[in-house]
Write a protein that binds this ligand. Structure first.
Ligand code: G3P
Length: 194
């Protein structure tokens, strides 16, 4: 149990690094929480006008999720990897450094999936891309990618990750409550729109 608890803490700490916020500050793009949706993720970084900062945020927020899984798996094993994944996601969404007001977890979720099982991760990224190209709404693409991820786990036989995948999907939907309300009302902005 001690080892798993340690990986919960390490995963949380990795996940809690708010790369979007740090990059936006470092690149003089302003305080993300005062811009657009106020979120600290790549989609909102894009609203500052910097594609480079948005791409870097996507990459780094994804990499921290993947790193948590890969490190825990390499040093301990699959159980620790799943715990590290869950807590990295929680760290991103509820970072202690930001009064527990973090992001929505999309990039971190995709990074985690890629590290858990790259075919599942790739299929979810493809679902994101397909929906994003079709509708040009980042949150909708994220919801489709998350909702379809258990299906990819079944397709690729990664059933040991189904419970974790289900929990992460529910959390991701929860973190998108305001987006879901805007989607229903037809007021969710498209990518490139203010
Ligand atoms: O990555 C989060 C995305 O799904 C929605 O972001 O800023 O439009 O609420 P945002």
């Amino acid at each position: 149990f001690g080892t798993l608890a340690l990986w919960a803490v390490l995963g949380y700490l990795l996940g809690s690094i708010p790369f979007g916020l740090v990059l936006a500050k470092a690149m003089d793009l302003g305080d993300l929480r005062q811009i657009g949706s106020g979120n600290i993720g790549a989609t909102n970084v894009l609203r500052t006008g910097s594609k480079k900062a948005a791409a870097l945020t996507l990459l780094l927020d994804g990499a921290k999720g993947a790193a948590a899984v890969l490190l825990a798996r390499w040093i301990v094993g699959e159980d620790a990897a799943q715990i590290a994944a869950l807590f990295a996601f929680l760290g991103h969404c509820y970072p202690v450094w930001l009064n527990f007001r973090g992001g929505k977890g999309v990039a971190t979720f995709l990074g985690i999936l890629l590290a858990l099982s790259w075919p599942v991760g790739l299929a979810s990224c493809a679902a994101w891309l397909f929906t994003a190209l079709l509708g040009r709404i980042s949150s909708l693409a994220a919801l489709v990618a998350a909702a379809t991820s258990p299906l990819w786990m079944l397709v690729f036989g990664v059933t040991q990750a189904l419970v974790l995948g289900g929990i992460l999907t529910l959390l991701l939907f929860w973190r998108h409550s305001s987006n879901i309300a805007r989607l229903k009302a037809g007021t969710e902005p498209r990518v490139g729109q203010k």
